[in-house]
Ligand binder design. Structure first.
Ligand code: NAD
Ligand code: UDP
Length: 335
C-alpha cells in the first residue's frame, strides 16, 4: 500500500523485538523478516497475543519467546527494537505500577543487553511525553506539559524516564541508541478489546452499537497507518547516527467527532453517538511536526485516513466473524 518503502538488506542481522506480539510489534516483525533478518519476538502477552504472530511461526528465521522485560535478557543480537509496554490508556491505567516499572526496569534490561552485545537499540517512545501540549503542532524541542502524578503519568513519565535512560546510556557508555516518538497509530492487529479510539469506534460500528465519544469530541489526534509507521521505524534504526528523539506520526489532524463520522460512513453503520465523561488529563490537541523525520529519514506518511480505515475495517470484519449486518461474533485470541 505504501509506495516509498525503505528496503535495506537485513540478511544475516539478528534482531530482537520486545513487545513483538503486540499491535505495532507484529507488523514490525513481519517487515524485518521480509527484509531478510532473523527475528526474536519477545513478549509476556500482557496486551499482545500469539494470534498476531501465528503466521510467522513456521518461518525458520522467526523465534517467539515468552519473557517479561522486568527480567534481564540474554540473546545474541545485532539490533533491538524495544517496544514492550502497554500503550492503551485503559490497560495502562488499570496496571499503573507494572506500566511504569515496565518502562523503567524494562529499558534498563534492554539497554544492558545492548551494552553487552554492542547492539543498536531503538526505543518506541510516545507523543505522550508532550502531555497536554501548549505548543501546537509539537516539535521535538518542546519539553511538554505532563502532570507527573495524574492517572496517565505511569505511561507518560515512564516513557520520559526511558528516554532519559537511553540518552544516559548513550552519553555514559556509548550505547548506539535511537528514539522514536510515535503519535497515534492504527491498523490491523489492534486488539478488539484494546480500548483505543480507532478500534473502539470500528468495533462499535460493526456491532451496530453507539460510538462512545469522550468529552464533547472536539479534542484532536493525528492518526498514522501502521505500515507508514513501521517504515519510519526501520529508517530510524538504519540511520547512521543518533540525532535525538524523532517524531513519527501523521501531521493531518482530526477531531474525534470527525473520526466517528468517517467510521460511520466507511462501515455504513447507523450508530448513534453517546457522550461519556472526558478522562482526566486527556490531551485536548495533538499533531506532530515531522520536519526532522523528513530531513533525517526522508520519511513522511503516505496512507490517507480513509484508505487506512477501510483496510482496518476489513480486517476487523474478518477477525470478528461477521455473519451478517450487525451480527458479529468476536473470536477469542490465542495466548
Ligand atoms: P500493544 O499493547 O499492542 O503492544 C505492547 C506489547 O508489549 C504487547 O504485546 C504486550 O504484551 C507487551 N508487553 C507489555 N509489557 C511487557 C513486559 N513487561 N514484558 C514483555 N512484553 C510486554 O501496543 P502498541 O500500540 O503495539 O505499542 C507498541 C509500542 O509503541 C509501545 O512501546 C507504545 O508505548 C509505543 N507507542 C504506540 C503508539 C500507538 O499509537 N500504537 C503510540 C505511541 C507509542
Ligand atoms: N476516545 C473516545 N472514545 C473512545 C476512546 C477514546 O472519544 O471510545 C478519545 C480519548 O478520550 C482521546 C482520543 O479519543 O481524546 C484518543 O484516545 P486513545 O485512547 O485512542 O489514545 P490517546 O491519544 O488518548 O493515548
Amino acid at each position: 500500500m505504501r509506495q516509498n518503502l525503505f528496503t535495506p538488506d537485513l540478511t544475516g542481522k539478528r534482531i530482537l523485538v520486545t513487545g513483538g506480539a503486540g499491535f505495532v510489534g507484529s507488523h514490525l516483525c513481519r517487515r524485518l523478516l521480509q527484509l531478510g533478518a532473523a527475528v526474536v519476538c519477545l513478549d509476556n502477552f500482557f496486551t499482545g497475543s500469539k494470534a498476531n504472530v501465528l503466521d510467522m511461526l513456521p518461518n525458520p528465521r522467526f523465534d517467539l519467546v515468552r519473557h517479561d522485560v522486568h527480567q534481564p535478557m540474554f540473546y545474541e543480537v545485532d539490533q533491538i527494537y524495544h517496544l514492550a509496554c502497554p500503550a492503551s490508556p485503559i490497560h495502562y491505567q488499570l496496571h499503573p505500577v507494572e506500566t511504569i516499572t515496565t518502562s523503567v526496569v524494562g529499558s534498563i534490561n534492554a539497554l544492558d543487553l545492548a551494552l553487552r552485545k554492542q547492539a543498536r537499540i531503538l526505543l518506541t517512545s510516545t507523543s505522550e511525553v508532550y502531555g497536554d501540549p501548549e505548543v501546537h503542532p509539537q516539535p521535538e524541542e518542546y519539553r511538554g506539559n505532563v502532570n507527573p502524578n495524574g492517572p496517565r503519568a505511569c505511561y507518560d513519565e515512564g516513557k520520559r524516564c526511558a528516554e532519559t535512560l537511553f540518552c544516559d546510556y548513550h552519553r555514559q557508555y556509548g550505547v548506539d541508541v535511537r528514539i522514536a516518538r510515535i503519535f497515534n497509530t492504527y491498523g490491523p492487529n489492534l486488539n478488539v478489546a484494546d480500548g483505543r479510539v480507532v478500534s473502539n469506534f470500528i468495533v462499535q460500528a460493526l456491532q451496530g452499537e453507539p460510538l462512545t465519544i469522550y468529552g464533547d469530541g472536539t479534542q484532536t489526534r493525528s492518526f498514522c497507518y501502521v505500515a507508514d509507521l513501521v517504515d519510519g521505524l526501520v529508517r530510524l534504526m538504519e540511520r547512521d547516527r543518533f540525532d535525538g528523539p524523532i517524531n513519527l506520526g501523521n501531521p493531518i489532524e482530526f477531531t474525534m467527532l470527525e473520526l466517528a463520522d468517517q467510521v460511520r460512513k466507511l462501515t455504513g453503520a447507523k450508530s448513534m453517538l453517546v457522550f461519556k465523561p472526558l478522562p482526566t488529563d486527556d490531551p485536548t490537541q495533538r499533531r506532530p511536526r515531522i520536519t526532522k523525520a523528513k530531513e533525517c529519514l526522508g520519511w513522511e506518511p503516505e496512507i490517507p485516513l480513509a484508505l487506512g480505515l477501510k483496510t482496518t475495517i476489513g480486517w476487523f470484519k474478518d477477525h470478528m466473524g461477521i455473519s451478517g449486518e450487525g451480527n458479529v461474533v468476536p473470536i477469542g485470541r490465542v495466548g
